[in-house]
Design a protein around this ligand. Structure first.
Ligand code: SF4
Length: 473
């Protein structure tokens, strides 16, 4: 038997055209070796068109035509061979080939089902990001990594949903572009469009993350069901994805701890006295901030929040600890207190990008209050976390340090200081550097009287002006 190598562009339309010719020439499936070329340009055109007739002489049932067009999106080395084998059998009268009870038919149905599911995943887990009012077209961009070639099947859904708003959906293989009127596809997806879709940040993202975390119900979290509905491979492209492991872990350990405590407390028997230190396992000290277990704060926080800023910054600002927003975003001074600080930085004639901003404690300490996470002032955590602050000071080597609040001052000096008022307005010498002490921006937010709040804000700005003048000297 002579094998024919059949080359085509890799699209369903291309395969259908070749299959028609092969059927007319009565070429058996076993005689064909299918070879696809790399998709270039708008090769998805025609995939949505239903091939009800292969030729005027050859009729194909509508159900099979639909199955074939779906299964053609399933990524498999034998996809075109299977499609042709089923088609060849059916047009020769073997209708069983398209039934789920047949070996080929069952494979075809399984592939079609997987493609439908992957299409649903694209609809459900795609997140458009807004590019801002003046960024031009497309207004929204999204990145997705489907397991099968479902972009052309799934994209029309968004044309209806988004109306005349322009968007693009980039995948590693292709891109779908909607200008408000026409839907176009390109393959491969240009690298710059991939980068745009992957890197775009959305203004509303922090709000969405805060909402997602606050509505996550630990009592109802079932990781198995959750990963069944939302496979882990999609987490990395979802804005809320990085939060999910910590939220699940919190839900799990919380439930386990409660259950264990209940079971143990109900057990009868003698108490065995042990000292807490004796039963502590000996482990190597973890070395990175992400894996820090020096105090228990890591257990309830989403992530450690490191300092941010240039390593050659001359001015170093130390706050207390990350708040709710910072914990979700992984960056210091991003919430309302961050806005107060940004205003003071601007009023003092400084630029945030030139400063190094960090906190005395790197994980968020909180307690539940209704559906909110209420900030709790760190105490015993300050000493173990000083390790990381000292490391940052060694790396940055600033000339001037501004301690924002009592926790920052305690962390820097290694002991609890009296009232902040004793230090305000002075630039003291500390370990060869100038140290300025002022209010923490979140304290300013909590001052109830407007006049006093303005005074506190002015004191914060004055401290930053003083720091700037010291640097200028
Ligand atoms: Fe480590 Fe500081 Fe986090 Fe405690 S708060 S776990 S010491 S990084």
């Amino acid at each position: 038997m002579i094998m024919r190598t059949v080359s085509f562009d890799g699209s369903f339309a291309g395969w259908r055209c070749i299959a028609r010719q092969l059927l007319e020439q009565d070429v058996a499936p076993s005689e064909i070796s299918w070879q696809t070329e790399h998709l270039v340009g708008d090769l998805f055109a025609g995939t949505s068109e239903q091939p009800e007739t292969v030729s005027s002489a050859i009729r194909v049932p509508k159900q099979l035509a639909e199955l074939l067009s779906l299964a053609a999106c399933y990524r498999h080395a034998q996809r075109w061979a299977l499609l042709y084998r089923v088609l060849w059998r059916v047009v020769r009268g073997d209708q069983a080939a398209m039934l789920a009870g047949d070996e080929d038919g069952s494979e075809l149905h399984r592939w079609a089902k997987a493609v439908r599911r992957e299409t649903h995943h694209l609809h459900a887990f795609l997140r458009f990001k807004h590019r801002g009012e003046h960024s031009g077209n497309p207004q929204y961009v999204a990145w997705h990594e489907p397991a099968h070639d479902v972009l052309a099947l799934a994209a029309p859904h968004f044309c209806n949903r988004m109306g005349n708003t322009s968007w693009l959906i980039a995948t590693p293989e292709a891109v779908a572009l909607w200008d408000g009127k026409t839907l176009a596809f390109k393959a491969p997806c240009p690298v710059e469009l991939q980068a745009l879709a992957k890197q775009q940040r959305d203004d509303g993202e922090s709000l969405w993350l805060a909402y997602y975390a606050s509505t996550f119900n630990p009592a109802r979290a079932n990781p198995k069901v959750m990963t069944g509905h939302m496979p882990k491979r999609f987490w990395k492209d979802l804005p809320e994805g990085p939060l999910i492991p910590a939220l699940l872990s919190e839900a799990r350990t919380g439930t386990q701890r409660t259950a264990q405590a209940k079971t143990v407390s109900e057990q009868a028997g003698k108490t065995v006295p042990v000292s807490a230190e004796e039963v502590l396992p000996v482990r190597e000290q973890l070395s990175t901030l992400d894996t820090c277990r020096r105090c228990p704060l890591w257990q309830k926080a989403t992530q450690a929040v490191p300092g941010e800023g240039p390593l050659n910054a001359r001015l170093f600002l130390v706050g207390e600890q990350p708040g709710d927003h910072e914990d979700l975003l992984g960056r210091p001074f991003m919430g309302p207190a961050g806005q107060v600080l940004d205003q003071a930085i601007q009023d003092a004639g400084l630029q945030r990008e030139a400063l190094y901003l960090t906190n005395a404690v790197k994980h968020f300490k909180w307690t539940p209050q209704g559906r909110r996470r209420k900030h709790v002032t760190p105490t015993t955590e300050i000493a173990p976390c000083r390790h990381w602050l000292e490391q940052e000071l060694d790396n940055v080597k600033p000339d001037v340090i501004v301690a924002l609040g009592a926790t920052a001052l305690e962390s820097l000096t290694g002991k609890k200081q009296g009232s902040l008022a004793m230090y305000m307005g002075q630039a003291t010498q500390w370990k060869g550097r100038r140290l300025i002490v002022t209010y923490h921006p979140s304290y300013i937010l909590r001052v109830p009287e407007e006049a006093k709040r303005e005074q506190a804000q002015a004191a914060l700005t004055a401290a930053l002006v003083q720091a700037r003048q010291l640097l200028e000297q």
